[in-house]
Design a protein around this ligand. Structure first.
Ligand code: HEM
Ligand SMILES: *[C@@H]1O[C@H](CO)[C@@H](O)[C@H](O)[C@H]1NC(C)=O
Ligand SMILES: *[C@@H]1O[C@H](CO)[C@@H](O)[C@H](O)[C@H]1NC(C)=O
Length: 320
C-alpha cells in the first residue's frame, strides 16, 4: 500500500502538470500548414489567383490586402471580425474609416466557395491573401498556418481602443504593439508595410503643418500643395514617395531624410531607440524582408478561433 501512495504522490502532480500544460497550449498550436489538404486541396491556388488578378488590375490592392489582416488581427484576434457589416461593426467604426479592399476578399471567398463550399474560413483567406499580395509586389513570402475560424460578432469599441493612430508617438506605438504580443522590432518591421499604399490628407495633415518632428522642407512644400489646412481631406499621397507599388526598403530610407508621411512613421527615426532598427532596414532590404515575414506570421496568428470555436462563414460580410 505504501508503494501505491508513493506512486500517487508522483503521478497526481504529474497529471496536474499535464492538464495545465494542455490547457496553456495556445490555440495557435492547432493551426497547421496542411489544414485544407484533404478538405479543399485547391484553396491556396484559388486564393492566389484572385489576389494576382486583383493586384494586376490595380497595384494598390496589394497594400490594401496587407493592411486588412492587420486591422482584423488587432481587434479580437484574427477572426475576420473586420469583414462583418452592420451598424456597430468594426468595419463601420471610425477607426477603420479609409480601410479598403474588402471586395478582393469577397471575390476570393466566392472563388473558394465555388470549389469547396463551407470549408475555408474568411480569417484564413485574409492571412493567405496578405502573403500572396506581398509576393505579388516583390515582397517576401512566408508559410501561412491554417485552421482559423470566423467570429460571429465584431467589436467596434475595441477597434477604437486597440488600433494605433497616425499621430501616435513612439511610446504609444511600442505599447500598442506590445499589447498584442509584438515587440518593438516587430513593430518597426511591420510599419515597413508603409512601403506600399497611400494615405489621405486628413491623416497626414497633422504631420505637415503642426508638429515638432523634423520634415524635409521640399517634401513638406509639395505635400502642402496637395493638402491644404482645411478641405481636400481625401487627397492621396504615397506612404513611400519613391516606390509606392513595390515592396522594398525605401520607406526606411525616406525616414533617414525626414520624409516620413505620417507622424507615426517619422517617430521611428527621430533620435530614439528605434533609430538603429530603421538604419539596419535602410541598409539591408533582405534583413527587412525576413523580419517582416516573421512578424507577419506572428501578427496573423493573434488569438485565432480554432477547433469548435467560431464558424465558417459563407459570406465574409455576414455571420448568418
Ligand atoms: C505602426 C502603427 C500604424 C499606424 C499608426 C498606421 C496608420 C496608417 C494610416 C493613418 C494610414 C493611412 C490611412 C488613410 O489615409 O485612410 C495607413 C495606411 C496603410 N497602412 Fe498603416 N499604420 C500602422 C501600421 C501598419 C501595419 C502593421 C500594416 C500592415 C502590416 C499597415 C499597412 C498599411 C498599408 C498597406 C496602408 C496603405 C493603405 C492604402 O493604400 O489605402 N500599417 N496606416
Ligand atoms: C506620447 O503621448 C502620450 C499621450 O498623448 C503622452 O502621455 C506621452 O507623454 C507622450 N510621450 C512622449 C515621449 O512624447
Ligand atoms: C495647427 O494648430 C493650431 C493650434 O493648435 C490650430 O489652430 C490650427 O488649426 C492647426 N492647423 C492645422 C492645419 O491642423
Amino acid at each position: 500500500m505504501g508503494s501505491y501512495k508513493n506512486i500517487g504522490t508522483i503521478l497526481i502532480p504529474m497529471f496536474i502538470v499535464l492538464l495545465l500544460s494542455l490547457n496553456y497550449m495556445p490555440c495557435k498550436a492547432q493551426l497547421s500548414t496542411t489544414f485544407y489538404d484533404n478538405t479543399c486541396p485547391k484553396a491556396l491556388k484559388t486564393i492566389r489567383k484572385s489576389v494576382r488578378d486583383a493586384v494586376a488590375s490595380n497595384p494598390r490592392n496589394a497594400a490594401l490586402l496587407v493592411r486588412l489582416v492587420f486591422h482584423d488581427c488587432f481587434v479580437q484576434g484574427c477572426d475576420a471580425s473586420l469583414l462583418l457589416e452592420g451598424t456597430g461593426s468594426e468595419k463601420a467604426s471610425p477607426a477603420n474609416d479609409g480601410v479598403l479592399g474588402y471586395e478582393v476578399i469577397d471575390a476570393a471567398k466566392a472563388a473558394v466557395e465555388s470549389v469547396c463550399p463551407g470549408v475555408v474560413s474568411c480569417a484564413d483567406i485574409l492571412a493567405v491573401a496578405a502573403r500572396d499580395a506581398s509576393v505579388a509586389v516583390k515582397g517576401p513570402s512566408w508559410v501561412v498556418r491554417l485552421g482559423r475560424r470566423d467570429s460571429t460578432t465584431s467589436n467596434a469599441a475595441q477597434a477604437a481602443t486597440d488600433l494605433p493612430r497616425g499621430n501616435f508617438n513612439l511610446s504609444q506605438l511600442v505599447s500598442n504593439f506590445r499589447n498584442k504580443g509584438l515587440n518593438t522590432r516587430e513593430m518597426v518591421a511591420l510599419s515597413g508595410s508603409h512601403t506600399l499604399g497611400q494615405a489621405r490628407c486628413t491623416r497626414f495633415r497633422g504631420r505637415i503643418y503642426n508638429n515638432s518632428l523634423p520634415i524635409d522642407s521640399a517634401f513638406a512644400t509639395s505635400l502642402r500643395q496637395n493638402c491644404p489646412t482645411t478641405g481636400s481631406d481625401g487627397n492621396l499621397e504615397p506612404l513611400d514617395l519613391v516606390t509606392p507599388n513595390k515592396f522594398d526598403n525605401n520607406y526606411f530610407r525616406n525616414l533617414l531624410t525626414n520624409k516620413g508621411l505620417l507622424i507615426s512613421d517619422q517617430v521611428l527615426f527621430n533620435g530614439d531607440s528605434t533609430d538603429s532598427i530603421v538604419n539596419e532596414y535602410a541598409r539591408s532590404t533582405s534583413r527587412f524582408k525576413s523580419d517582416f515575414a516573421a512578424a507577419m506570421v506572428k501578427m496573423s496568428e493573434i488569438d485565432p478561433l480554432t477547433g469548435s470555436n467560431g464558424v465558417i462563414r459563407t459570406l465574409c460580410t455576414s455571420a448568418s
